[in-house]
Design a protein around this ligand. Structure first.
Ligand code: FAD
Length: 383
C-alpha cells in the first residue's frame, strides 16, 4: 500500500478542504441550532463532483478511486458530519448500489441525477423493530401483475425527507431471514409513501433523519434492484463499502478535534502560561493525534483493498469500529482541553462529541462489528 497521495488525490483533497473551510465550517454551528443544513449545499456538492466521485463518467460521475472518496469524506466530516452523511448515503449507499446492481434503464434514470445533486437518495433498511438484526425486517412487497405493492415502515432514514429515491428493502418471498428480501428503487413521491422528520437527535442535527410509512405503495416490477431474493446481498454489499465512508467521516471529526484543541491550548493561558505547555494537556493532544493517525491508516487500507480488488469486508469493519470509537474519544479529549468552554456551544467541542456519538451506532453498532471480526477470526458466528 502506497501512503503517498497521487497528484490527483492531493488535488481533490485540497479542493474538498478549501470547500469545507469556506462553505461548511463557518455555518455548521448555526445549522446545528436550526436543525437543518442549508439545502443549497446539495447542488454545490454535486457541482464539485462529490456526489459522484466513484461513479463512472458516462453516468455523470468522476470515475475516481476509493481513496479519493475517503479524502473528500474526511474533509466534509471535518466541517460538519451532517453534510458528510448526505454524501455517504446518497453516493456511498444508493448510487453505488445502482451502479453495481442496476439495469441500464435504472442507471440512466437515476445516476445522472444523483451524481449532479439534482436528486438525493436514501437507504431504507432499518425498521422500528429491526436494527442490528436487519434480516428479520417485515416490510412486505406483494407481486400484483407487473407491479409490487409495498406496505411497512422504516426508521432512522438519513436524507429521508430530502430524498427523491428510496433504496428500499422489503420481503418478497415467504422464506424467513435474508433469503426472502428484495431491493427496490421507490420514488419518494410515490402515492402511499409518507415521511416524518425525527427531531431532537443528540447530534447530526442538521441532517434530515426520517421515519417512512408505506401504505400500499405501488411500483413497477422493473423497480426491483438486483435479482429477486437478493436484496440482503444488495444491502450488505452497500454497507461493507459504506462503513469505510463512516470511518473516513469519523477521521474527519477526530481531525477537527485535533485542530481545535491544539489551537485552543496554544492561546488559553492559566498559571501565567499557555496550557499547551502543560504535560497533562500535551497527553490529551497526543492521544488525539495517535487516534487520528491510526483511524486514518485503517480507513485508507480499506480503500486500497477495494481499489486493488482485494477482499475488504473485515478491514471495513475494523476501520469503522476503530475510527468510530476513536472519534468519540478524541471529541471527549478535545472537550477536556477546552475546559468549561468545551461545555457551551460557542465552541466546537460539544458538537463534535454529539456528532461523533452516532458513529458507534449506525451502519452496524460497535458490538456488531466486534462480532463480525470475531466470526472472521474464528469461523464461528456468535449472532
Ligand atoms: P438494536 O439493534 O436494538 O441494538 C441495541 C443494542 O443492542 C446495541 O448496543 C447493540 O450493539 C446491541 N446488540 C444488538 N444485537 C446484539 C448482539 N447480537 N450481540 C451484542 N449486542 C447486540 N438505518 C438505515 O437503514 N438507513 C439509514 O440511513 C440510517 N441512518 C441512521 C441515522 C441515525 C442518526 C441513526 C441513529 C440511525 C440510522 N440508521 C439508519 C439505523 C441504524 O443503522 C441502527 O440504529 C443500527 O443498526 C442499530 O439498530 P437499533 O437502533 O435498532 O439498535
Amino acid at each position: 500500500m502506497n501512503l503517498e497521495l497521487s497528484a490527483e488525490q492531493s488535488a481533490v483533497k485540497a479542493l474538498a478542504r478549501d470547500f469545507t473551510d469556506r462553505e461548511i465550517t463557518p455555518h455548521a454551528a448555526a445549522w446545528d441550532r436550526a436543525e437543518s443544513v442549508d439545502r443549497g449545499i446539495v447542488k454545490k456538492l454535486g457541482a464539485l463532483g462529490f456526489l459522484g466521485l466513484t461513479i463512472e463518467e458516462r453516468y455523470g460521475g468522476c470515475g475516481g478511486d476509493h481513496l479519493a472518496y475517503c479524502l473528500v469524506t474526511e474533509e466534509l466530516g471535518r466541517g460538519d458530519s451532517s453534510v458528510r452523511g448526505i454524501v455517504s448515503v446518497s453516493l456511498g449507499l444508493v448510487a453505488t448500489s445502482i451502479a453495481r446492481w442496476g439495469s441500464e434503464e435504472q442507471k440512466q434514470e437515476w445516476l445522472p441525477r444523483l451524481t449532479s445533486g439534482q436528486a438525493l437518495g436514501c437507504f431504507g433498511l432499518t425498521e422500528p423493530g429491526t436494527g442490528s438484526d436487519a434480516a428479520r425486517l417485515t416490510t412486505r412487497a406483494e407481486r400484483d401483475g407487473d407491479t409490487y405493492v409495498i406496505t411497512g415502515s422504516k426508521m432512522f432514514i438519513t436524507n429521508g425527507t430530502w430524498a427523491d429515491v428510496v433504496l428500499l428493502f422489503a420481503r418478497t418471498g415467504g422464506e424467513p431471514g435474508h433469503r426472502g428480501i428484495s431491493a427496490f428503487l421507490v420514488p419518494a413521491d410515490a402515492p402511499g409513501l409518507t415521511r416524518r422528520e425525527i427531531h431532537g437527535k443528540l447530534g447530526l442535527r442538521g441532517q434530515a433523519t426520517a421515519e417512512l410509512a408505506l401504505d400500499a405503495v405501488r411500483v413497477p416490477a422493473a423497480a426491483m434492484l438486483g435479482p429477486e431474493g437478493k436484496g440482503f446481498s444488495v444491502a450488505m454489499a452497500a454497507l461493507a463499502k459504506g462503513r469505510m465512508s463512516v470511518a473516513a467521516g469519523s477521521v474527519g471529526i477526530a481531525q477537527a478535534c485535533l485542530e481545535a484543541a491544539v489551537a485552543y491550548a496554544g492561546q488559553r493561558e492559566q498559571f501565567g502560561a499557555p496550557i499547551a505547555g502543560r504535560q497533562l494537556v500535551q497527553e490529551l493532544l497526543a492521544d488525539i493525534a495517535v487516534d487520528v493517525d491510526a483511524a486514518r491508516l485503517l480507513t485508507w487500507r480499506v480503500a486500497d483493498h477495494i481499489d486493488r480488488g482485494l477482499p475488504f469486508a473485515t478491514e471495513s469493519s475494523t476501520a469503522k469500529l476503530y475510527a468510530a470509537e476513536a472519534a468519540v474519544r478524541c471529541a471527549n479529549n478535545a472537550l477536556q482541553v477546552f475546559g468549561g468552554y468545551g461545555y457551551i456551544d460557542e465552541y466546537p467541542a460539544g458538537k463534535l462529541l454529539r456528532d461523533a456519538r452516532v458513529m458507534t451506532l449506525y451502519e452496524g453498532t460497535s458490538q456488531i462489528h466486534k462480532l463480525l471480526i470475531g466470526r472472521a477470526l474464528t469461523g464461528v458466528s456468535a449472532f
